[in-house]
Design a binder for this molecule. Structure first.
Ligand SMILES: [Zn+2]
Length: 289
């Protein structure tokens, strides 16, 4: 089901991929989301960008034609022997053992692991060794519907790209609260520790609950991503905070954006299991600072 929101996010991801393909891609990406179909189409697009001779998914060059015909010598799909679990031998044979061989015709050699959450611990440890010292041309794409099943050490060495779906409830927040939220988020960049603490207390005491605050953070970051990738101000949601969004889009790195989204998920889990709300907001705001 492709909602407008999904489509927007897919487009953002695609643009992000294009930037990565033109610059220097990282060695590992976790492309995560709920819909396998979307993950596959996003990763196929990324692969095309990386392998295309013009870095533009032109569809005409020899690399693009190889891909269209179903195979490229520098694209390896790691397929498990049995569905449901990816074992250490699958990773050794499909990835670790092959990565030492240089690419045939492209700048990169790409390994795709679908259902990365199927990897058992031994398989993940084998992958981890490669992630610790990858050759310059190696790019690993892990497609995952359940990133929590991956070792923290794998996650920390990868760039996480979320194919988000669904809205974040910004439209359900009362208008005056939206305005204040926007002001708090705008003020957090460059705030000192006391400022962060005060803002966290304010969020915890003056808002209806984590749905509003965390939904607000997600919407804020979504807007930052829109501006960072396309500069399209008419596609932002929090219009009232445009100047602050513009400067956040300049300041935040992709790494920081991923950290913030990750911390938002963590805060949501912890708050629902009873951990002190203001403290979680503080940790989150620390990352936005
Ligand atoms: Zn091409």
């Amino acid at each position: 089901m492709a909602t407008v929101e999904t489509a927007v996010n897919d487009r953002m991801l695609r643009t992000g991929f294009a930037a990565a393909a033109k610059g220097t891609p990282s060695h590992a990406y976790i492309i995560e989301g709920e819909d396998e179909q979307i993950l596959r189409s996003l990763s196929d697009y990324f692969i095309k960008l990386l392998l295309c001779e013009t870095n533009d998914a032109c569809g005409k060059c020899l690399s693009c034609r190889f891909l269209a015909e179903g195979g490229h010598p520098d694209l390896i799909r790691v397929t498990p022997e049995k569905p449901g679990v990816i074992r250490v031998d699958d990773i050794r044979e499909g990835l670790v053992g092959d990565m030492g061989i240089r690419p045939y015709r492209s700048r990169y050699k790409i390994y795709v692991v679908e259902h990365a959450e199927w990897m058992n611990v031994q398989a993940q440890n084998a992958l981890l060794k490669t992630l610790e010292e990858p050759p310059s041309y190696g790019v690993i794409l892990l497609l995952s519907c359940n990133t929590e099943a991956l070792l923290p050490t794998i996650i920390s060495r990868s760039i996480r790209l979320k194919a988000m779906s669904g809205g974040h409830g910004w439209e359900r927040i009362p208008e005056e609260d939206r305005y204040r939220l926007g002001r708090i988020f705008s003020g957090i960049k460059g705030a000192d520790t006391a400022g962060v603490n005060a803002a966290a207390e304010q969020l915890a005491n003056e808002y209806a609950g984590p749905d509003q605050v965390l939904g607000g953070v997600r919407t804020w970051i979504r807007d930052v991503m829109v501006l960072k990738l396309s500069g399209a101000e008419d596609r932002t949601v929090i219009r009232e905070a445009l100047p602050a969004l513009r400067s956040a889009a300049k300041d935040y790195t992709w790494k920081q954006i991923n950290d913030i989204l990750e911390m938002t998920d963590t805060a949501e889990e912890r708050i629902s299991s009873g951990v002190n709300t203001a403290w979680q907001y503080e940790l989150l705001l620390e990352r936005m600072r």
